[in-house]
Every structure is written in C-alpha cells, then in structure tokens.
Design a protein around this ligand. Structure first.
Ligand SMILES: O=P(O)(O)OC[C@H]1O[C@H](O[C@H]2O[C@H](CO)[C@@H](O)[C@H](O)[C@H]2O)[C@H](O)[C@@H](O)[C@@H]1O
Length: 272
C-alpha cells in the first residue's frame, strides 16, 4: 500500500513485477474488475467501433470460467454487455448504477432514478446549445449524459466544455464527470465505480482473507475503483489519464492488459 496517489511514471510495471503479484496471490483468488474503454478496448473515434479483439474476448472467457470477472464501465450496461458478449461475466454499467450478472445478480441504484427529469432536460438543452458544433456527440445514457468532443476542432473544445458547465449550473441534482475527450453530467450522488466494487465484493460473499480484488482501468472515473482496492487488493493503471493515481502498478496499453490477463489465467490454471 502507498500512502498517497502517485503519477503513472512512478508506478512499477505490472509485467516486470510478476513475482511480487504472484506472491500476493499465493493464498488468495483474484477477483477481476475491468474497465472497458481504454483498458479492454482501444480508444477510437467512434464509440460504437470500440470492440474487443478476438484474443481479448478469449482470455476473458477463460478467466470467467475460473473466477469472477466484472466489466465495470461508464457505458450503459446493455451496451457494454452486448460489446463483451460473454454470459459468465458480471456487467456494471453507468459507472456502477446498473449491475447484472449470472445467478440473478442485479442492482439498479434507485437514487439514480430521481435524476431522470434533470437528465432529460439537460439533454434537450445541450442538443440546442451544441447541435451546431461539428463533431459533438451527445450520448444520453440511462444514468448520465456524455458529451463527446473527440471529433470537435481543437479551437471549439473549450466552447463545448463551457456549455456543459453552464448547463450543470442549472441542475443541483447533477454533477460533472471527466474522461478522455468526454465531459459527463451525472446524478450528484455518492455512487461510483468504487462503491459498486465494494458492493459487489460484499454481495458475492467472497471471503476477504482468501480474495484479492484486482481493478484495472485507464481513466479518471477508474480512480474510484482503484482507490477502493488500494488497501486490500491490486490496482493497475492502463496507460495514463494525466492526473495522480491510486494504482499500484501500470501497464502501457490494451495489449499489455491482455498479456497480464493471460499471465493471470496461467496462474489460476496452475493452481488447480
Ligand atoms: O468506463 P469506460 O468503460 O472506460 O467508459 C468511459 C466512456 O467510454 C466511451 O468513451 C470513450 O471511448 C470512446 C471509444 O474509444 C472514445 O471515442 C471517447 O472519446 C472516450 O471518452 C463511451 O462512449 C462513454 O459512454 C463512456 O462513459
């Protein structure tokens, strides 16, 4: 455990510290919490084209035969579930507001429902305010609005951000979320990937002394999850997001995430 967050470059590389990770797993079973965009799939211009490679899907399928694998995403649960397409996996969408998994595992974080009128109104307003800016995509999700500006001219990015800030100032019940070329309006509630991770660990009734939660993510919203496992698990940052992180280790990219997951699978298979 490290007492404070560090920059990505200060972190040891997970693939170069396999022995230390192996030792942590000596008497404990890994339980995986995996972010989708930027961790399992490459960041691309069109969010609909952010797909898993066949190799990534294959290793996830094998891991899910051996342990609990949760894909925890800012995307709508149905969207990420369809993109991953594996029945044995637990899906936590909308940053953990909407969870579904094998054996009837389910959560709809009810408090999020109260924000629906504000989210509807803000969607409408943002469409009018930003509709004329080429490249803007307003993604109305079940529990959030994502305003994407990856395809907006650099000189107009600030205008997009400012319009979102203006809209946020009109809704007490909504708060700002950040990410990679995205700004989100979310219910102003203390529920996020970290709380959802903790909820799942309890709900799955896993013995904490025999379980090692591993959270892997690439973006600012993953910091809540990385913080949640900081004391009792392993956090791995894939790439970087420009701010300090609670992760213990780093990996450079999606391909290294896959290699790490392969190592983990081998370890689990050896233990049988
Ligand atoms: O929590 P995540 O699974 O990482 O989801 C975060 C957001 O991911 C998607 O947007 C990001 O990825 C897109 C595809 O690579 C990229 O075009 C965009 O610029 C990124 O911000 C998704 O569309 C959002 O809904 C998620 O909140």
């Amino acid at each position: 455990m490290h007492p404070s967050p560090r920059t990505a470059s200060e972190l040891p590389h997970a693939l170069k510290h396999k022995e230390a990770i192996r030792q942590k797993l000596a008497n404990r079973k890994p339980v995986l919490f995996l972010d989708y965009d930027g961790t399992l799939s490459h960041i691309v211009k069109d969010p609909d084209k952010a797909l898993l490679t066949a190799e990534m899907k294959d290793v996830l399928a094998r891991l899910a035969q051996k342990t609990t694998v949760t894909v925890i995403s800012g995307r709508d649960r149905a969207d990420v579930q369809q993109k991953v397409g594996l029945e044995q996996v637990v899906y936590a969408g909308s940053h953990g507001f909407d969870i579904e998994g094998p054996g009837g595992l389910a959560l709809q974080y009810e408090e999020g429902q109260k924000a629906q009128p504000a989210l509807d109104k803000a969607t409408q307003n943002l469409k009018s305010a930003l509709g004329h800016i080429p490249g803007v995509w307003i993604e109305r999700k079940k529990y959030a609005i994502a305003v994407h500006y990856r395809n907006v001219a650099e000189g107009q990015e600030q205008q997009v951000i400012q319009e979102v800030e203006n809209e946020l100032s009109r809704h007490q019940g909504l708060k700002k979320g950040g990410g990679k070329k995205i700004i989100e309006l979310k219910p102003s509630i203390d529920w996020h990937k970290g709380r959802a991770t903790e909820w799942l660990l309890k709900k799955l009734e896993l013995d904490p002394s025999r379980t090692l939660p591993i959270f892997m993510g690439d973006d600012l919203t993953d910091e809540d999850g990385l913080k949640a496992v900081h004391e009792g698990g392993i956090g791995i940052l894939a790439g970087e997001h420009g701010e300090k992180t609670w992760a213990h280790y780093r990996l450079d990219d999606v391909e290294q995430v896959r290699l790490f997951l392969e190592e983990l699978y081998t370890l689990l298979a050896e233990k049988e």
